[in-house]
Design a protein. Structure first.
Length: 228
């Protein structure tokens, strides 16, 4: 009886262990995912080759990189609004976001708009009057408007990605309602071992009780292996 109680207690511990394994997989999944994203963002931000090729904008699938791009755009906007165009300073920010201008691109981006409005603002007065170009102050307002539109675009991108990621995370958590393969295999083997031990002990107990009552012992089941 004591052995049966011990096996039953171990089976109860098995259920607790299974619950803990599931809880561990579910509770720490999101935090582990955020740690991986931060590590990836740090690696990208410190990789000069990655930045020179396509800039941070090519890695905005990472939420930390996307947020970094928005911060840089706010810095660019603030600088242009307060001090006007400064190619040397502005170029450093724009290249961090959009990469090297030497790379062939399929579509225009904010960097192209910046270069266009910069060239317009620096056009000679005679050419400005002849071609009807905007005044330097208007060029500055135009690029600020373009920067605002880019910030809004990235913010919408961030919201859309966050919605998709939330749905994906919830599905992943649901999939983790059972232990992962290594943990599950270990628990199943332990459970099978406990069940065999319980059955053997129970069979021994039944045999002893029959002996005390003067009853014949039950025959052991005969197992035959059939060979094809």
């Amino acid at each position: 009886m004591e052995k049966l109680a011990a096996v039953a207690w171990r089976q109860r511990r098995l259920l607790l262990a299974e619950g803990a394994e599931i809880q561990k997989n579910m509770e720490f999944f999101e935090s582990d995912q955020r740690d991986r994203e931060r590590e990836e963002a740090e690696r990208i931000a410190t990789s000069s080759n990655s930045l020179n090729s396509h800039g941070l904008i090519g890695e905005i699938r990472n939420p930390d990189i996307l947020e970094r791009c928005q911060d840089l755009l706010f810095q660019l906007r603030k600088h242009i609004k307060e001090h006007g165009f400064n190619l040397e300073l502005d170029k450093r920010i724009l290249e961090k976001i959009y990469g090297d201008r030497c790379e062939s691109r399929l579509c225009e981006d904010l960097y192209d708009s910046y270069e266009s409005w910069l060239a317009t603002s620096e056009a000679p007065e005679e050419e400005r009057l002849r071609e009807g170009y905007s005044l330097p102050a208007q060029c500055r307002r135009n690029i600020l408007r373009v920067i605002d539109e880019e910030i809004v675009r990235l913010r919408r991108n961030q919201e859309a990605r966050a919605s998709v990621q939330t749905a994906r995370t919830q599905l992943e958590i649901m999939c983790r309602n059972i232990p992962d393969s290594p943990g599950l295999d270990h628990l199943l083997r332990y459970e099978a071992s406990l069940e065999r031990s319980f059955e053997r002990t129970l069979s021994q107990l039944v045999g002893l009780q029959r002996m005390r009552l003067g009853q014949p012992a039950l025959p052991k089941p005969e197992v035959r292996h059939l060979l094809s």
